[in-house]
Every structure is written in structure tokens, then in C-alpha cells.
Design a protein. Structure first.
Length: 456
């Protein structure tokens, strides 16, 4: 009996999270060397790093699956759906910021914290929903990139899909620092959608009224598209990627031990809020102009049914000029090459963290073989989905619906984690943040419930 008690005590000690203190996490081990070389880590450089991280997460939210969903919603519902871009902005900020807090304070990825604090039944239920949504959405994204390439250059879709998959595999083994810098450049491609929306020549007075005054329709089409929009904005991969990105950035700065990463400061959380707010605003602005372009052209022309993102780009050309269609396709390609590695790597992070396997972009393939094998297998599955005749538009709408139904449960786990003083120490949520978190969860569950009711 004494041996059994000792074993249970050992298990508790093994899975106990580090105590989070209010003071700053341990200094960067390279700080003294950098000071001696007269190259300190200035605050401006720190701010630039933070802003770059927020823009990456925000831009990854506007992946080809989301672009197709927004195009379908704008074409089917017209200006009456523009209000969703404004109202979803604070919800997206809440989701990303709480995930960032988990990574900053615990020094661990989201699913690693869930594994250490919750039952295996809860862990694997959340993992299954997140991984399935990531796989479907990433497969749709790969098809969307191939369709965009086919629109600009006469390349067979199968060849384009193989090329996109091979490029994604190459990106995934480049390491965190290189991948982050590539992502920073790719985010600029999303500016094409602002230009595309402007070239659509919308009625700005009508657009402003539709943006400020919500217009609801109680039918299956409206709720399915609304849930798809919410699922595309509040996807599970945003939660996991943001927490893992914070951990990877800490490791890049020299905080390799968990005790070095655990904890944060009020200043770091404040900069994270500014960073995430900027990234989310950028993402929401892109979403708004995609909705606006589709509502001002496709809806007005009676093209209510969009079967692919490439079809939306082609339909824009005679209505808003060739430049609008080309910008739409170019933006889709750039957004896809950003979001595809994020989703694939994010799924590999989730699986490895849930099973306790070594993982991380800082690790070489020989040091974390399971992590890179899983990422490769997921990429091959995405390629196979497209070679077998996957309809990108159908898949991306279904992916948005899957994300819209499954993500509320993951968000609920994140909110419970950030409310727990045993995990967060003194950095538990404020009352205002808890309120925003519960509002976000209620909106997500409410939209999913509305969709289910509409099918009855």
C-alpha cells in the first residue's frame, strides 16, 4: 500500500504545472553576452517581433476556406451580411488573446496544458474535433491555392495541387525563425482583397448602413452561412497556433527550459493585446472587403450560388474589371501558402502534445521524428483529398460548419484554463475578459444551435 501511495504521489508531482509567480520569467541566457557585445535587445525590436506575430495569426485567419465562405455569403446574402464583420471583431480578439495568455503564462502549448489538467476523454474529444476540422479546412485550402494558380496560369489542377503540397512540405521543415519571416512577407498579399473590394465600386452609403444595422433571416441558408463565417473566424487552429507561436518565440529567445518560459509580465501582456488587436483588425478588414466585393458584384448580378473560390474570382472580372479578379486570385494564393503550413503544423502540435511526444519547430527532424512524420502524413492526406476530386467550395463550407460547431468546446476549455489560479497564478482573467469570453462562447453555441434548429 505504501508503494501504491508513493507511486500516486510521483504521478502527481510529474504532471504538476510550475508555480506561476508575478515577477518576470527568468532572464534570457544570452542577455549578458548581448550586452557585452553592445547589442542589447531594444524595446523597439521586441515590439516589432510582437507585431509580426499578431499579423501572422490574423492573416492566417483569412485562409482560402474563409475567403470562399465570405464570397459565398456575400453572393447569397448581399449587403445584409456586412454587419457580421463588425460584430465578430471583439469575439476574434478574445479567442486569440486568451490562447496567447495560455502560451505566455504556462510556457506550454494549449493541448499540452489540456493533457496535464483534464481527463483523457476530454483531451481526445477536443483533439479529434480540432484535428478533423484542421484536416478538412487545410485540404480545402490546398485546393483553393491550386484553383487560384490555375486561374492565373494554364496549369492542370492536379499538377498545381502536387506543387502546392510539395512547397508546403518544404516550408514546414525550415525552422521557426525562417518560417516566421516568410509568413511576415506573405501577409502583405492579403492587401489585394482591399484593392479588389475597392475596384468593385460599392455603394458606400448602403454599405455603411448594412454594416451598422444587423439584418437577420431565420432560414437554413442564413444560419449555415453565419455558422460558416463564425467557424472560419474562430477556428480551432487559431487557438492552438497562437499558444504554440508564443512558446516557439520564447524558445527562439533562449528560454528553452519550462521554468524559463513560465510566467509573464503586465508589460508583455499589454504588448500582446496591442499586437493581437492589430492582427485581428487587419484580418477583419480583409474579411469585410471580401464580403463587400461579393455583395457589390455577384449578388447584384444575380450570381447567388458560388461553387468555388476560383469561380468567384472569374465572376468578378466582367463585373469589376480584370484587375479585381486577378487581385482576388493572387490574394487567395498568398493567403493559402500562409494558412496551409499553420494548419498542418498546428495539427502536428496538437497530436504530439496530446500524446506527450517531442515536438516543436526548433527541433530537427531527427530529434522529433513523430512531429515531422505527422505533418508530412497530414500534407499527403490533403493532396489526396484534391486528387480524388474534392470540391474545394463544398469542403471549405463544410469545414467552416465543423469548426463552428466544434470550436466552442475548445474555447470553453481555454476559458476555464485562463480562469484557473492553479494554472495561471496571478494572471487569471479579469472580470471584463471573463465576460467577453462567455459572450464569445454563447454566440458560438447560439449560432450552432440556430443551424441545427434550421434543419428540423
Amino acid at each position: 500500500m505504501n508503494y501504491f501511495r508513493a507511486w500516486k504521489q510521483w504521478r502527481r508531482e510529474k504532471h504538476r504545472l510550475p508555480v506561476i509567480a508575478r515577477d518576470r520569467r527568468k532572464p534570457d541566457p544570452t542577455l549578458m553576452a548581448r550586452r557585452q557585445s553592445k547589442a542589447p535587445h531594444h524595446r523597439s525590436r521586441q515590439a516589432f517581433r510582437s507585431v509580426g506575430m499578431g499579423l501572422i495569426t490574423g492573416a492566417a485567419d483569412d485562409d482560402p476556406a474563409a475567403i470562399g465562405t465570405y464570397s459565398a455569403a456575400g453572393a447569397a446574402l448581399g449587403p445584409g451580411i456586412l454587419w457580421s464583420a463588425l460584430w465578430i471583431l471583439p469575439l476574434t480578439f478574445t479567442v486569440v488573446y486568451l490562447a496567447s495568455k495560455v502560451g505566455q503564462v504556462t510556457g506550454q502549448g494549449l493541448f499540452e496544458v489540456i493533457r496535464l489538467r483534464y481527463s483523457r476523454r476530454v483531451l481526445f474529444a477536443l483533439l479529434l474535433a480540432a484535428a478533423l476540422g484542421n484536416l478538412i479546412e487545410a485540404g480545402a485550402d490546398l485546393g483553393g491555392i491550386a484553383a487560384g494558380i490555375h486561374l492565373l496560369w494554364p496549369v492542370r489542377l492536379s499538377v498545381a495541387a502536387l506543387g502546392v503540397g510539395a512547397t508546403a512540405l518544404i516550408l514546414q521543415i525550415q525552422g521557426y525563425a525562417i518560417l516566421r519571416n516568410i509568413f511576415r512577407v506573405i501577409t502583405l498579399s492579403l492587401l489585394a482583397y482591399i484593392g479588389s473590394g475597392w475596384l468593385a465600386r460599392p455603394d458606400w452609403r448602403m454599405a455603411l448602413a448594412a454594416t451598422l444595422l444587423p439584418h437577420l433571416k431565420f432560414n437554413r441558408e442564413f444560419f449555415s452561412l453565419l455558422v460558416a463565417i463564425i467557424g472560419s473566424n474562430l477556428s480551432a487552429y487559431l487557438l492552438t497556433w497562437q499558444s504554440n507561436q508564443d512558446v516557439e518565440e520564447d524558445i527562439r529567445m533562449g528560454r528553452r527550459r519550462l521554468s524559463d518560459r513560465a510566467g509573464t509580465t503586465a508589460g508583455e501582456l499589454r504588448r500582446a493585446r496591442y499586437d493581437i488587436a492589430l492582427g485581428v483588425f487587419f484580418s477583419d478588414l480583409v474579411m469585410y472587403f471580401i464580403l463587400l466585393a461579393a455583395a457589390s458584384t455577384l449578388f447584384q448580378a444575380g450570381a447567388y450560388r458560388i461553387q468555388s473560390a476560383a469561380q468567384a474570382a472569374r465572376a468578378l472580372q466582367p463585373l469589376a474589371g480584370p484587375a479585381a479578379g486577378w487581385l482576388f486570385a493572387a490574394g487567395m494564393i498568398g493567403a493559402g501558402f500562409l494558412a496551409l503550413p499553420v494548419m498542418t503544423i498546428g495539427a502536428a502540435f496538437d497530436i504530439c502534445q496530446s500524446l506527450g511526444w517531442k515536438h516543436g519547430l526548433r527541433a530537427k527532424p531527427r530529434d522529433a521524428p513523430a512531429f515531422y512524420i505527422i505533418a508530412t502524413l497530414i500534407t499527403l492526406a490533403e493532396i489526396a483529398m484534391n486528387l480524388l476530386g474534392l470540391n474545394p467550395m463544398h469542403a471549405l463550407v463544410y469545414a467552416g460548419i465543423v469548426q463552428g460547431i466544434s470550436t466552442p468546446f475548445l474555447m470553453l476549455a481555454v476559458l476555464r484554463i485562463t480562469q484557473d489560479p492553479q494554472i495561471m497564478g496571478p494572471w487569471v482573467n479579469t472580470r471584463a475578459m471573463n465576460l467577453m469570453g462567455w459572450i464569445t462562447i454563447l454566440v458560438m453555441f447560439g449560432a450552432a444551435l440556430g443551424l441545427l434548429i434550421s434543419f428540423l
